[in-house]
Design a protein around this ligand. Structure first.
Ligand SMILES: [Zn+2]
Length: 464
């Protein structure tokens, strides 16, 4: 293929700019070529409390039927949640992701249908998408493993690299005319207990990166495990209940893995643990079937015969009856249930029962958004309303911040340092403005690279 000297590709930030969620980037070019290709990266929802927020129902600012390829970095809803709508609105190209991302996406989209339909009815609008839209989207999918280069129309080549964020998460490398743009998606807090480290990028010309924790660093991993152990010991000593509102992907599996290790090593006394979330159970099954995605340490443990997500007294509760029966079992015990911010899900019923108990503990291991029940409890509310009843809060409320699945500010800076010699422009996206702008300044001052925080809808011409 002959390329002339100036090949211009256009990059437009249709989502995930000036905000954490709603990732949606359009990359198209070469400008003026008959072989021009239109590529989307991610198609997520804007996450607030309602799926039926106006912005999620908005028409896409481009014609979905003209898009050739949609790449998915990973299966969190803020990266996949609007795919079925994109398909309903006319997209009929190919969707590419890793096999792990495909499997988790199928489970996530189906799971969200119920909430979506209920909330749409409450808001008096039609649901964002239907079961048929989900099926149609999944039928357009092609899975490609990490490091398998694929040639696309017009001479663009793509390749997935491990982002180490959740199972299946990938960075997307697009190469044209020996120049490369990399979309990071979300970047993992490496080293993590289960996954391989984020791969190093050394040859990017352009980088579109996340910045959720662009302005903060995490507490060290050893510290978080020590805190977790202390909370469990305390629950056992007081014969209480440890309630953990957990996110279904990655966080839950890390908790199970750490419990497995602590119990096997005799660091904590064995006690009943309930995983009370059909979604988290389904995702744990996917993790169990994709051990090739784990780091070598975990793969070795599995080869030696350890079932890393299973230990004596762990019970998966599938049905509502099984879930309700947990309340009748003896203390002490641990209940892990969704949703992670106590916005619906089975955790609510457990909170109603155990928040008044001074011997029980509610443990937060994930971000609690302002306005959520989880946030009110985390902020020290002495009473809350659950199912129209006033519930006194006498249980202990604890938070462990170190379980983040994202790189912190130092991690993001050292990720960029590896490619500082080649990179011409860095787009700092997928963060709150404060976090993104802080990271932009750090990258300019300490790494000496061109970095900017693009705005929603902003468009850039890139030379390839
Ligand atoms: Zn994510």
């Amino acid at each position: 293929m002959v390329h002339n000297d100036k090949n211009i590709f256009i990059l437009t930030f249709h989502g995930g700019a000036g905000t954490v969620t709603g990732a949606n980037f359009l990359f198209e070019g070469p400008k003026g070529s008959q072989q021009s290709i239109r590529i989307l990266v991610d198609c997520g929802i804007q996450q607030s409390f309602k799926f039926c927020d106006d912005c999620n129902l908005d028409t896409f600012p481009y014609d979905p039927s003209t898009i050739d390829i949609l790449f998915i970095t990973h299966a969190h809803l803020d990266h996949i949640g609007r795919i079925p709508k994109l398909v309903r609105d006319g997209f009929h190209g190919i969707i590419y992701s890793t096999p792990g991302t495909f499997e988790i996406t199928a489970v996530m989209l189906e799971d969200s249908l119920g909430i979506l339909t209920r909330e749409a009815a409450q808001c008096g609008v039609s649901p964002l998408y239907s079961k048929e839209d989900v099926e149609e989207a999944l039928s357009l999918w092609k899975t490609i493993s990490y490091h398998n280069s694929v040639n696309l129309k017009g001479g663009v080549v793509f390749n997935f690299k491990d982002a180490g964020h959740i199972l299946g998460s990938a960075m997307i490398e697009l190469t044209y005319n020996d120049k490369k743009i990399v979309f990071t998606g979300d970047l993992g807090n490496s080293p993590t207990p289960l996954l391989r480290d984020t791969e190093i990028i050394e040859d990017a010309d352009y980088l579109v990166m996340e910045s959720v924790y662009g302005d903060r660093n995490h507490e060290p991993a050893e510290e978080r495990t020590r805190l977790f152990q202390t909370v469990i010991e305390d629950t056992v000593a007081r014969k209480g209940v440890l309630l953990i509102p957990a996110f279904s992907i990655e966080r839950t599996q890390i908790l199970l893995y750490e419990l497995n290790t602590m119990i096997e090593q005799g660091r904590v006394k064995s006690l009943p643990v309930y995983l009370d979330s059909p979604l988290a159970i389904a995702v744990t099954d996917i993790y169990n079937s994709r051990i090739q995605n784990f780091n070598l340490k975990v793969q070795e443990e599995i080869k030696k015969g350890d079932d890393v997500f299973d230990f004596p007294q762990l019970k998966f509760t599938y049905t509502t009856e099984e879930s309700r029966a947990i309340a009748r079992t003896a203390n002490p015990k641990i209940i892990i249930a969704g949703s992670g911010m106590s916005h619906g899900g089975r955790i609510i019923r457990h909170e109603k029962k155990y928040l008044p108990d001074p011997n029980s503990t509610l443990l937060f291991v994930g971000y609690q958004a302002a306005g959520s029940l989880g946030r009110r409890l985390q902020d020290g509310a002495k009473k809350v309303t659950i199912y129209d009843e006033t519930i006194p809060v006498r249980a202990r409320i604890e938070t462990i911040r170190g379980y983040s699945a994202h790189k912190d500010s130092d991690g993001l800076v050292s990720f960029v340092e590896s490619t500082s010699k080649t990179v011409k422009q860095i787009f700092v996206a997928m963060g709150e403005p404060k976090a993104s702008l802080f990271l932009v300044q750090r990258l300019r001052d300490y790494v000496g690279v061109n970095a900017i925080a693009p705005k929603q809808g902003e468009r850039f011409e890139l030379e390839f």
